[in-house]
Design a protein around this ligand. Sequence first.
Ligand code: LMR
Length: 327
Amino acid sequence: MNKFVKIIAATAVLASATFAADYTIKFSHVVSANTPKGKAADYFAKRVKELTEGRVEVKVFPSSQLYTDKAVMKALKIGNVQMAAPSFSKFTSLVPQLQIFDLPFLFKDVNHVHAAMDGEVGKAMKDLVTKKGFVALSYWDNGFKHLSSNKKALIEPKDAAGQKFRIMSSKVIEAQFLAVKANPQVLPFSEVYSALQQGVVDAAENPLSNFYTKKFYEVQTDLTLSSHGYLGYLVVMSKKFWKKLPADLKPKIMQAMDEATAMNRKLAAELEASYLAKIKAYADKTGKLKIHTLSDAQKEAWRKVTAVVYPDFYKVIGEDLIKKAQE
Ligand code: LMR
């Protein structure tokens, strides 16, 4: 190595040492980077870097690259990752009350969801999660879930009878499908495509962003725009890691989180229509997917048959909280 090359190499080492972050946050999630959650996570990483002037680095790992949602809870506890944004159902064994968000037909629209998240219900849930060793940072949106199948179009509740549904690990969702005599099976998100393809399950429920970005339309013949339930996220950080952060950095992280939350909500609303347009374009082009909308009477039939789930969870979730969320 000549002298000039040596100087360049030494400068590079010095520069990387100078600019290496003081704290690194590994942020693991299971969906594609081009979803409302994926984009918000990337934006959060960018804003943290800017606001902390590089002292904190957030490395985002999408598409279950590091962990499934179940495993990530453990990984957070032992410090293998510092952040995650699991859907509410994934907290079932830890904070079963969060299943409130899984109740079928609980929310009229996304404004209703936000009122619950930003109000008393959301605060009560955050407090419960905090007691379990996490810092509950924020609620993020995905969207309303829709039913799909490759066995039989799901128009009336009786169409679900006997169909094997992939579900998230939520007792409320399990009860919802048992109410229509279906056969629910818990599977991690990373296995949904192959399970549908190989016939391990026939059917699923997903928001359009997950249905589109994971190409579930390739392995389903019918999509019913049922909007029967909501899928959102609680963004959490390891409490141990949070405690280690110096006081001057914490408000900056919170600011980045507030900005990412605003961006996530805007994006989730905006992208919904474009995902549907893309799914429709695929359906028109290939003729391999039928998209169904439900009449008011059909929707009411689903609501009525799945409403039996509510009283079963009054105790687990709290009847008062359910009533508050309904308001
Ligand atoms: C699922 O497992 O279907 C979802 O929780 C995935 C996600 O994070 O949206």
